[in-house]
Design a protein around this ligand. Structure first.
Ligand code: HEC
Length: 179
């Protein structure tokens, strides 16, 4: 083969190669194949705290202090209708299935004279301060296993704080709000 033929042959080969390649590239550009799986995965640590998870009950209740600062006692009174099936709220009123709740905040656990408390509450010890009540109302059975209060708890943080703000109003001398 002469030099000339070689050059021509080479040029044709090159042209074919470029044609095939650009066809291939065009194919990729015009018909992108959908990936079956994402090509990268963002790793999120299992233990990452999630507000939703806390609200769903796996993480415990949010601290009550900041929630009480913006709590609405009137809304709490409405929400406390869920408690009224078992509890009474006015001073001196007799209890129902549950004890009367007047003066509950700051009062001792098992505060109602003559009410037949379970050991879970009667032997718990201490007073119902804001945070104790926050935990009990979030998950009664988790806080006091064996309690007679058959109530699932109030999982919504602000609603629980509203109820606590309402309970606070049921007192001759409401204890100061937590910082
Ligand atoms: C199904 C009935 C029922 C409902 C609903 C219920 N409770 Fe109770 N509650 C009880 C019973 C019964 C007890 C006594 C628990 C024990 O002795 O273990 C109790 C105990 C309590 C105590 C402790 C009282 C003390 O003297 O130590 C508080 C505080 C309380 N309930 C608040 C509430 C609030 C607030 C709600 C609504 C968000 C509510 N409960 C809903 C039945 C109920």
């Amino acid at each position: 083969m002469s030099m000339e033929t070689n050059k021509i042959f080479g040029a044709i080969l090159l042209a074919l190669l470029i044609g095939t390649l650009s066809g291939f590239i065009a194919e990729v550009l015009v018909h992108p194949k959908a990936l079956k799986q994402p090509s990268y995965v963002i790793a999120v640590p299992e233990s990452a705290p999630k507000a939703e998870a806390a609200a769903a009950g796996s993480g415990g209740p949010a601290a009550i202090g900041p929630l009480l600062a913006k709590a609405d006692a009137a809304a709490g009174q409405t929400a406390a209708k869920a408690c009224a099936a078992c509890h009474t709220f006015n001073k001196g009123e007799a209890g129902k299935v549950g004890p009367n709740l007047y003066g509950i905040i700051g009062g001792p656990k098992a505060h109602a004279q003559g009410f037949a408390y379970s050991d879970a509450i009667a032997k718990k010890g201490g007073n119902w301060d804001y945070e104790e009540l926050n935990h009990f109302l979030f998950d009664p059975k988790g806080y006091a296993p064996g309690t007679k209060m058959t109530f699932a708890g109030v999982k919504k943080d602000q609603e629980r704080a509203n109820i606590v703000a309402y309970l606070r109003s049921l007192s001759d001398t409401p204890p100061p709000l937590p910082q």
